[in-house]
Ligand binder design. Structure first.
Ligand code: ATP
Ligand code: ZN
Length: 469
């Protein structure tokens, strides 16, 4: 058994991972707010956790890991979309429109993350299904003197929890100075945050001891993790952008509601996917979705490879060059493992790299090593630990193999047309290549071709039907 070591944000150290119960290792990842398609940055925590779960299952057994990732389906942006649809003439109720928006977004999310080879978590709780638990936890926090009611709101009293701020290593006073906190006259302290807030009549709401309202975002994760994993579990994760205030607030709520339980032992945070030095985010508008890339013909496996190539604790950029390099490597590896059965276990070097704080780049280096030595069986078993070269994942390379035949036939047809001085036909083939995303360069050794990022197999097939031989 390999000792896994993880960097724990809470202690700011790389620590040996010791599960609370090796027969049931428990993880919680903050999932998406389901109002729109996931952008590429949103895929990063999913891929990091998918890798972590694969490693834990390898070490502790397939059934010894429970992985929970929630859907936040209570949100102003979801409501706004539902209201927009109603204003546009839909005769469905607001609740039905909200459910419609949430369902379609969850469907997209599943399709997009599946395409990246990320296994679905064991539980995917929706916040709206746990409002009862959120109300109970809120009431309990009031009873224990950690929360108070004011003007239909319930607020968490941060001064009642001396450890508030330890995750981010800041005192409450520092946080007040640095944060954009919502000032409200009914707050005892500007850092106090909402557990429950009133809903207006035109918005969804639930009955509660404090009137009709809805839960705050932070209490959702505290209630859902407790319901599915218990008050003390192993690993809690999310992007580093959630460290404060979201995770700080989750800790405050959970530790005060379950004194002595401990909440999450390890806090694992991924760094941001960036665009020109800034976090990719919806609010900055500097984003593209996972679906945009897939639709442009970038295989999910290539996206996964690029995302795993940078250590999760380092910021990274998506670049076309990285995608092209990943594609070339994967194409070669698929060729090497075609028709081969995987070895019974992955290479020890690969497991060691992963066990060292999920050093996926080191793991990929181990794969290059195996490929270099021609050990296709171990390459296949090892790559699968990273969620690469999974059964069916290489279909995109086969589609390319089909394309190669069509392109060669079309190049032959173009040559024949030129020799017959049928320049109209030669030009039509040239233009057809460009439209289909096939780049052709005429060199001294003859034509060389490559598939551009926007390669369109259907257009190529049409072109081949019209002009190919
Ligand atoms: N640029 C990014 N790089 C890596 N992880 C990110 C990035 N942006 C968001 N995340 C993570 O994605 C997960 C889902 O977050 P959430 O649904 O709150 O995002 P969002 O609000 O849609 O995104 P945004 O931050 O763009 O407004 C969280 O774990 C968050 O930390
Ligand atoms: Zn959360």
């Amino acid at each position: 058994m390999t000792q896994i070591r993880l960097t724990n944000t809470r202690t700011r150290r790389k620590e040996e991972f010791v599960p609370i119960d090796p027969a049931n290792v428990r993880l919680y990842l903050c999932g998406p707010t389901v109002y729109d398609r996931a952008h590429l940055g949103n895929a990063r925590p999913v891929l990091v956790f998918d890798l972590l779960v694969r490693l834990l299952r390898h070490e502790y057994g397939d059934r010894a890991v429970t992985y929970v990732r929630n859907f936040t389906d209570v949100d102003d942006k979801i409501n706004a979309e539902a209201q927009r649809r109603r204003a546009a003439g839909s005769d469905l109720s607001l609740e039905a429109l909200i459910a419609e928006r949430t369902e379609e977004t969850i469907g997209w999310y599943h399709a997009d993350m599946d395409a990246l080879g990320a296994a679905r978590p064991d539980h995917e709780p929706r916040a709206t299904a746990y409002v009862g638990q959120m109300i109970a936890m809120t009431a309990d926090l009031i009873a224990k003197g950690h929360a108070y009611e004011a003007e239909g709101h319930v607020l968490f009293d941060v001064r009642s929890f001396p450890d508030y701020g330890t995750l981010s290593g800041r005192s409450v006073d520092d946080m007040i100075a640095g944060a954009r906190v919502e000032v409200a006259p009914f707050k005892r302290d500007p850092m106090d945050f909402v557990l429950w807030k009133p809903s207006s009549d035109d918005l969804p709401g639930w009955d509660s001891p404090w009137g009709r309202g809805r839960p705050g975002w932070h209490i959702e994760c505290s209630a859902m993790s407790a319901a599915l994993l218990g008050p003390h579990f192993d690993i809690h994760g999310g992007g580093i952008d959630l460290q404060f205030p979201h995770h700080e607030n989750e800790i405050a709520q959970s530790c005060c509601a379950h004194p002595g339980a401990g909440f999450a032992n390890v806090w694992l945070h991924n760094e941001m996917l960036q665009v020109e030095g800034k976090k990719m985010s919806k609010s900055l508008g500097n984003f593209f979705t996972v679906r945009d890339l897939l639709d442009r013909g970038v295989p999910g496996e290539v996206i996964r490879f690029v995302m795993l190539s940078t250590h999760y604790r380092k910021p990274m950029d998506w670049t076309e060059a990285k995608a092209q390099e990943a594609e070339a490597v994967l194409r070669r590896w698929h060729g090497l493992v075609a028709g081969i059965e995987p070895a019974t276990s992955p290479a020890p070097a690969l497991i060691e790299a992963l066990a060292d704080d999920l050093n996926a780049a080191g793991a990929i280096a181990a794969l290059h090593d195996l490929a270099g030595r021609g050990d296709a069986e171990t390459l296949l078993a090892s790559a699968r630990m990273l969620g690469l070269l999974l059964p069916g994942m290489g279909d995109w390379t086969q589609a390319d193999a089909g394309a190669a035949g069509q392109i060669e036939a079309l190049l032959a047809a173009r040559l024949a047309a030129r020799q017959a001085r049928d320049f109209a036909r030669a030009d039509a083939i040239r233009d057809g290549f460009a439209a289909a995303g096939v780049e052709v360069k005429d060199t001294a050794k003859g034509p060389e071709w490559s598939l551009a990022a926007g390669f369109d197999p259907a257009r190529l097939a049409d072109l081949a039907r019209t002009h190919g031989t």
